[in-house]
Design a protein around this ligand. Structure first.
Ligand code: GDP
Ligand code: IMO
Ligand code: MG
Length: 428
């Protein structure tokens, strides 16, 4: 089967965009199936950087299909801005296909995401303020507006009127905010509708056809396992399912049509926003990792929290998503450390836990159990063969694979396409 799912195994920003872009050299179609413009995927090609939020990372290859499937919360404004920015750089966007079932992000979603999160005070989640959570809330409350509605002016008018009456009450009563104008939103969104219309289609039928024709398809995960609405550090999570199972409902592809799953693993850990992070290093080690890795958010520019690799979390991601191969990224950022630590499990009240605990109270109290491994002094960013990596780097990767129980498939030593070492030749 020629379908490969790429997921994030930690708290996001593992380098999914880079790995998708690398594998997209062979792919014919790249699909986003959950999340929205809360994602920020950076792809570097010949030293040029492309920052993608909604558009699949396959966009950089002419002739690929880039599908935004039904599970995505689509902000039409961001999508069109991204398309314009790509076209201005000479990138062909004609391969984009937008699902008629995808949910539409509206201005009140973005607004409520921002003020709603701030209102939580010390309990705030630290969302990206892109309106993703509120958009999914409307979907689950069955008042969402879908792309098929946006394409139908009467239906859009009817649903927007109904929703805006509710949202304006909420804005005034709960948030002391002035009401939003129906006319303005209607006009703005009808403009987006006309521009997006040529790209809208039944992506379920399209993907079914492509799978039957054995086309090579990549599913590009956004966010990550520890941000999953059920499996992550709830409530400090996103509002969708970034685990591999999310692909089947988010793209309308049955589980038995998924070939391989690749889990992207950053060689250390980062997290943006609030919530527990057991291996966080609030010290000079954390600062050193942040400086070496330029760890600042793509979407919000916030400094990312940094810490040692939590291999226990990666093992959990492997269980939840059935990861066949790890793609380890940013190994080069660890160059020069005398010692590198890896968390292999959590101890709680003297006992080793069998898995990542559900309770945040427990998670806050666990003691990460570390193994200390020797580092390497060499600059590895120019290495292209696994054998040429320093012994201590290979040892670190081997230990990662042993602790997580997941095979090593790819090692990335820099942001560019050629800075990629492939060990698994059966990913597609
Ligand atoms: P994503 O959200 O998972 O796609 O990850 P982001 O794009 O938010 O963050 C990953 C960053 O690391 C991007 O700037 C990538 O260009 C960069 N990157 C990816 N792989 C490597 C690598 O192996 N080494 C280095 N130095 N940078 C990398
Ligand atoms: P990529 O795809 C890292 C985090 C936010 C916040 C929480 C909820 O680039 O890995 P949301 O706006 O989704 O409701 O915010 O999730 N978050 C991410 N962190 N990478 C991402 O995406 C993220 N998308 C959301 O910081 O803590
Ligand atoms: Mg990112």
């Amino acid at each position: 089967m020629s379908t490969v799912v790429i997921i994030g195994s930690q708290w996001g920003d593992e380098g999914k965009g880079k790995i998708v872009d690398y594998l997209a050299q062979q792919a014919e179609t790249v699909v986003r199936s959950q999340g929205g413009s809360n994602a920020g995927h950076t792809v570097a090609v010949n030293g040029e950087e492309y920052k993608l939020r909604l558009l699949p990372s396959g966009i950089l290859y002419k002739g690929t299909h880039n599908v935004i499937a039904n599970g995505v919360a689509v902000d039409p404004e961001t999508m069109l801005q991204e398309m314009d920015a790509m076209e201005a750089r000479g990138i062909d966007v004609s391969g984009i296909r937008l699902s008629d079932r995808a949910q539409v992000v509206l201005p009140y979603h973005r607004l409520m995401d921002g003020i709603g999160d701030e209102k939580l005070g010390e309990n705030k989640i630290g969302t990206t303020h892109r309106g993703i959570g509120p958009c999914y809330v409307d979907r689950d409350n069955r008042i969402g507006i879908r792309v098929c509605d946006l394409m139908d002016p009467d239906e859009f008018a009817r649903k927007l009127k109904f929703n805006l009456e509710l949202k304006n009450k909420e804005l005034q009563l709960l948030y002391d905010h002035e009401p939003l104008s129906y006319d303005e939103i209607y006009k703005e969104y009808m403009g987006y509708a006309e521009r997006l219309r040529p790209y809208v289609c039944d992506t379920i039928a399209l993907l079914d056809e492509e799978i039957k024709a054995d086309r090579k398809i990549l599913f590009e995960g956004a966010q990550a396992t520890m941000l999953d609405i059920d499996y992550g550090t709830y409530p400090y999570v996103t509002a969708s399912h970034p685990v591999s199972g999310g692909v089947t409902v988010g793209a309308g592809v049955a589980p038995n049509k998924i070939g391989k799953v690749v889990g992207v693993v950053k060689a250390y850990c980062t997290r943006v926003g609030e919530g527990p992070f057991p291996t966080e290093q609030l010290n000079e080690i954390g600062d050193r990792i942040r400086d070496a890795g330029h760890e600042y958010g793509t979407v919000t520019g916030r400094p990312r929290r940094t810490g040692w690799l939590d291999a226990f979390v990666v093992r959990y991601a492997g269980i939840l998503s059935g990861i066949d191969y790890m793609a380890v990224t940013r190994l080069d950022i660890l160059d020069g450390f005398d010692e590198i630590k890896m968390c292999t499990g959590y101890r709680y009240k003297g006992e080793m836990l069998p898995g990542v605990p559900a309770s945040l109270k427990v998670l806050a109290e666990v003691e990460p159990v570390y193994e200390t491994l020797p580092g390497w002094k060499e600059d590895i960013s120019g290495i292209r063969n696994y054998e040429d990596l320093p012994e201590n780097a290979k040892n670190y990767l081997r230990r990662m694979s042993e602790v997580t129980g997941i095979k090593l498939g790819i090692v990335s030593v820099g942001p560019n396409r050629d800075q990629t070492i492939v060990l698994a030749h059966d990913i597609f």
